[in-house]
Design a protein around this ligand. Structure first.
Ligand SMILES: *Cc1c(COP(=O)(O)O)cnc(C)c1O
Length: 392
């Protein structure tokens, strides 16, 4: 059996999304900025329509949608673009310790260029306290960036409250919505954010295309300089196929969203309960209520290493992820798990299982059958665990 349980890392490309993209790789190959002949105009018209459809899905205006090459680019643009465009107003940025590296590394880069960054602590389930945002604001603060939902432990942050505080203080507020799309309803007016980032491959769209929503009136510098695409704010020949794919995937993600959320929640809870029932010495990371992303499960298993669990799951055809800094391939424990207060040795033994709308009960049952003996076997090889057993 092959089971894919790493939907927080990426998702499969929906077949109808691919269908929507294909014409832009074949017949409609024109450059969307070439208006003097038909194949260019067709591409241009497609981009206009796609932008409108994406705006409608996000509750935004058409001229507030900017296509990027990824979620990482959208995040980097939001942080660096606002910082450099507003530096005469102030040099202070507020974010949290559990943001994606696209945000954290962009902030660290800005610290080398004269900006001050406050990295807010989170509580034991990964929640940012809006009061802490308020307290951190100074007369130099120009930007607050707090993610809507965390990609590792699934915490959904109190975004509307934070947005309200920023609005009152007239500070630009950005939120990384990459994990939120397809897992909760997202409308920019309801969120109250000035900027949001999304990425198509996290909701059954293609890799390599994202959107930065920028509310009209936000002052932001370009990240990619060159031609006049994206209303002069983001150069590069339009990736029309990618845009079409993102658009279709977004529409599909929002279709019957409630049903999909309830299915994913059911699969998530079956996994959580099953693991808690079957495996001793484990801890669920992140909240266990309606502020948890509907598709995310994250456990720490004492006395073992996350990587060994992944290898053994892979031998059984199960794709999952560990609590180590996944993207870098490094073995450092995750900054998110450390931020919620896990000691290094426990953070190391972490496993993330993220379900999708297509995850079945049979797949969950299979994981619940395979995982407990794997954990038991790995613990049997651990001298620490041996001591625990002996002292009991
Ligand atoms: C995946 C992810 C990103 C990066 O998106 P890419 O399109 O892969 O660059 C950013 N933020 C969060 C929360 C993510 O999960």
């Amino acid at each position: 059996m092959k089971v894919y349980m790493d939907n927080n890392a990426t998702t499969s490309l929906d077949k109808s999304v691919l269908q929507e993209m294909l014409p832009y790789y074949t017949d409609i190959y024109g450059n969307a900025s070439s208006k003097f002949y038909e194949v260019g105009r067709v591409a241009e018209k497609a981009v206009l329509e796609i932008r409108e459809r994406v705006a409608k899905q996000l509750g935004a205006k058409t001229n507030e949608i900017y296509f990027t090459s990824s979620g990482c680019e959208a995040d980097n643009w939001a942080i660096k673009g606002v910082a450099f465009a507003n530096k005469e107003k102030g040099n202070h940025i507020i974010t949290s310790k559990i943001e994606h590296h696209a945000i954290l590394s962009a902030c660290e880069f800005l610290e080398k260029h004269g900006f001050d960054v406050t990295y807010l602590d989170v509580d034991s389930v990964g929640r940012v306290n809006p009061e802490d945002v308020l307290k951190a604001i100074t007369d130099k603060t120009i930007l607050v960036s707090i993610m809507t939902a965390n990609n590792e432990i699934g915490t959904i942050e109190p975004i509307s409250e934070i947005a309200k505080i920023c609005k009152e203080k007239k500070i630009i507020f950005h939120t990384d919505c990459v994990q939120a799309i397809g897992h909760m309803p997202i409308s920019v007016s309801e969120l109250g954010a000035d900027m949001i980032s999304i990425s198509a491959h996290k909701f059954h769209g293609p890799k390599g295309v994202g959107v930065l929503y920028i509310r009209n009136g936000v002052r932001i510098d370009n990240l990619i300089h060159g031609g006049g695409q994206e209303r002069g704010k983001r150069a590069a020949t339009e990736n029309v196929a990618g845009m079409a794919g993102l658009c279709k995937a977004l529409e599909l993600a929002n279709e019957n969203l409630d049903e999909k959320i309830s299915h994913m929640t059911k699969m998530r809870d079956k996994l959580i309960k099953g693991i808690l029932d079957r495996i001793p010495y484990c801890k669920l990371n992140g909240p266990y209520d309606d502020t948890r992303l509907c598709n995310n499960v994250n456990f720490s298993f004492q006395y073992i290493e996350g990587e060994s669990i992944l290898m053994m799951l892979d031998m059984h055809g199960i794709a999952a992820s560990s609590g180590s800094a996944c993207a870098s391939g490094s073995l450092d424990p995750s900054h998110v798990l450390l931020a919620i207060g896990l000691p290094h040795e426990i953070a190391h033994g972490s496993l993330r299982l993220s379900v999708g709308e297509d995850t079945t009960e049979e797949e969950v049952d299979y994981v619940l059958e395979v995982l407990p003996p794997i954990i038991e076997r790995l613990r049997m090889m651990s001298p620490l665990y041996e001591e625990v057993i002996r002292s009991n």
